[in-house]
Design a protein around this ligand. Structure first.
Ligand SMILES: Cc1cc2nc3c(=O)[nH]c(=O)nc-3n(C[C@H](O)[C@H](O)[C@H](O)COP(=O)(O)O)c2cc1C
Length: 181
């Protein structure tokens, strides 16, 4: 598949089949993240791939509540991947502080993009989740207290007939300029 085509078919999937995802495919997704670039090549991430049905369900429950219900679809996903932020090296951390630029968070975002694009190429759907109960997810997965979670990503085969949506995006003229702001 052309990369430009992959960019078009990758979309947030919010309805899944119950069909499990083979470990062989999960390994390919881990590899896609492993190859992602990061500030000073710090690779400040650890992926927790939750494919145990009961545990996955419990993690999914931590992504919505009665008041914030937009992730109510998450329990349908057979896999949830948790992007834990690992500490970057000292120099990168100091650089990030001095420049007031959260490199690790930027790195996690790039890693998640690698993950989602690779998944799309493999015929799998994903949805990045930025809204979740961090404490609860950490408890469920025994993530050490000091660690922060960057993002969660739901993963699975999209429901039968799940439509490919038009991309709702700003026009190139609104979101880009040549040579000055
Ligand atoms: C950092 C980040 C956090 C997001 N959090 C959520 C979320 O909590 N729930 C959700 O349904 N979608 C979430 N999304 C998905 C966006 O809503 C989605 O990417 C955007 O609307 C564009 O649609 P598309 O992914 O289908 O192209 C998140 C995306 C990003 C990059």
């Amino acid at each position: 598949m052309e990369f430009s085509e992959l960019l078009k078919i990758r979309q947030s999937v919010r309805q899944y089949q119950q069909r499990p995802v083979a470990r062989e495919l999960l390994d390919k997704l881990i590899e896609a993240v492993r190859l992602a670039p990061s500030a000073s090549n710090a690779q400040p991430w650890k992926l927790i791939v939750v494919d145990d049905a009961e545990l996955c369900h419990q993690v999914a429950q931590a992504t919505f509540s009665k008041t914030v219900a937009f992730n109510r679809f998450a329990p349908e996903a057979p896999v949830i991947v948790v992007f834990v932020m690992e500490s970057a090296g000292f120099v990168t951390q100091v650089g990030a502080m001095l420049k007031k630029r959260p490199f690790s968070l930027i790195d996690i975002g790039i890693a998640a993009a690698h993950f989602c694009l690779q998944a799309a190429e493999l015929g799998l759907g994903t949805c990045i989740l930025g809204w979740f109960d961090e404490k609860r997810v950490k408890r469920l997965l025994r993530i050490p207290g000091k660690r922060r979670i960057g993002l969660l990503v739901t993963l699975g085969y999209a429901a039968e007939g799940y439509p490919l949506r038009e991309k709702a995006r700003k026009s190139p003229g609104l979101m880009s300029r040549y040579n000055s702001y």
